[in-house]
Write a protein that binds this ligand. Sequence first.
Ligand code: NAD
Length: 519
Amino acid sequence: MAMNLNQNILESINPATGEKIGAVIVSSKEDVKKAYEKAEKAFETWKEIPLNKRLKLMKKVKRIILETKDEIAELITLETGKPLMESFSSDICASLDALVYYIKNAKKILKKEKIKFYQPFLWGKRAWIEYEPLGPIAVISPWNYPLSLPLATIIPAILAGNTVLFKPSEYTPLVGKKIKDIFDTAGFPEGVLNILYGGAEVGKVLIKTPVKKIFFTGSSSAGKEIMKDCSESLKPFVFELGGKDSMIILKDADLNLTVEGAIFGTLFNCGQTCSSVERIFIEEDISEDFIKRLKSRLEKLEIGNGINENIEIGPLQNLQQYNKVKEHLIDSLDNGAKIVIQMRSHNLNKLFFPPTILTNLRPDTKSMIEETFGPLIRIIPVKNWEEAVRLSNSSKMGLSASIWTKNIPLAKEIAKKLEVGTVWINNVLYSFNAMQCPWGGVKESGIGRVHGKYGLLEAVNPKLICMEKQRKKGEFWWFPYTKDKVEILKKGFDFIFGKGILKRIRLIPAMLKWFIYYK
Ligand code: NAD
């Protein structure tokens, strides 16, 4: 077990070695209540602090992460088991990118936005949108990207003037604590970022507090439970949930590159990525050649303790995850799937799961329907891309997909037909690290977006303010209603929404009448 909930102590265990690396105290109901009160109090002053001052503090966060990146990356690898290279290339990179992007763009995105009216009835009125913070909000995160996932939400939320109650995963409390320490060192006022430790039970208590919005990243099943809990008070939420992503390979694809992409897309973070390639659809003419090349590439991978820089595949992060992957593999085999190759495992700790290539998969089996989140590489030969698209879209999830071909116009056409939030053509995963790209899914993969301007706008209330100088008389659509007013309104519609210059010119007297009598 990578996590040991002993009374009120939450131990953090290195999944590569089984060694304890630290512990935190589980937050009680009382702690959650107090943290909420602190966040609520801090909000009153934080929302009034000018954005320039908030940006200054956020620049300090960036400096601290940049200066201590080695220490942070090592902690991420110790707590998740992922290779050190991945702690840098995913968590550290995406976090720094989020800081740079929002530091540079927050002002522009949150700027007061003027509204222009085109109806003559509304001439003389002014309106604008002001982006106001929501208040204390909750950020609940998983363990697979314990630094970048919460930060990509916490950074824009705090810059927009919200305060945050952050619950990291029970499997990665120490990286969660590190985030809190960084914000404290940067000098953020007390109560702006608050941390709560524990599992789903703590998350449930947090959702019941009067937080203004829930930003949840995790499994689709937990998302459904949270949605029910939010419905009691109509609490809004953003959900980033599970995936069952497909890779669609056409027969003209560059096979060497595609094999590399397939290995990386399926085994990055040992397959524990929401947008991992979980289904490879390949045109049948080239499937045998592809499998042969994939097999020989797999044999060269380095599996072991990710703290060593050359390691490419680490262990699964926790026992629950290990059991799920095993269950999916057994279910596939019981239903006729064939193992092309299974890598040797590693005896350092029991959580190492051997990467396995599978063929002959039945579409109604667990590993083809549910998210596996592990190192199973499933190859499904198809007659043509149309069949691949049909099978890809048959999933109840829709996070992302990739298309591999030299025929770019066709790839663009296929991209339009895929029911997902992101499509990569001849690559996988990378846009997650570029904060200007929105991130999110459709169907059971999520609701709303994080990253980019869409992510920041999820954390604000776009308040519309309409204004005009005191009128001399009431609007013509106010009481009393008359036949004359109805006529003006009807002609006004033809004038404003109709077509044809001549027709409009004929309506000018009626519009003048409105202007003289009612404006
Ligand atoms: P999980 O759903 O078990 O837990 C995620 C977080 O939610 C944890 O902090 C957990 O304690 C908390 N939680 C669980 N149930 C809760 C409830 N009912 N109320 C309140 N809090 C609750 O997920 P996990 O195993 O930690 O992470 C893996 C999942 O996350 C995968 O399904 C993966 O696809 C998904 N994920 C999605 C994205 C994305 O961007 N779409 C990114 C990373 C991970």
